[in-house]
Design a binder for this molecule. Structure first.
Ligand code: ZN
Length: 79
């Protein structure tokens, strides 16, 4: 997946033990999505993680608290 000109790998993973539905590793360019998610939940989680990547790649993330970044991603996933 191309995010702001950077190629990210999207992987399905077992994230429930970590208490996550998804995560975004900007250093290694990998977005992981919980393997049991499908349909709307999958799409929303991917959008959420993609927006984390956009905020981090652009440097905007550094201007935000962790809580505010998370709140913005939760908003965007529902657009
Ligand atoms: Zn998040």
């Amino acid at each position: 997946m191309n995010i702001l000109g950077t190629r990210f790998k999207v992987e399905h993973a077992d994230l429930i033990p970590e208490g996550l539905f998804g995560d975004c590793d900007v250093d290694n360019k990998i977005i992981r999505i919980e393997q049991t998610l499908e349909g709307k939940s999958f799409k929303e989680t991917l959008t959420h993680e993609k927006f984390h990547a956009m905020l981090r790649l652009s440097g905007i993330s550094e201007l935000l608290t962790e809580e505010l970044e998370e709140a913005l991603c939760r908003l965007v996933e529902r657009l």
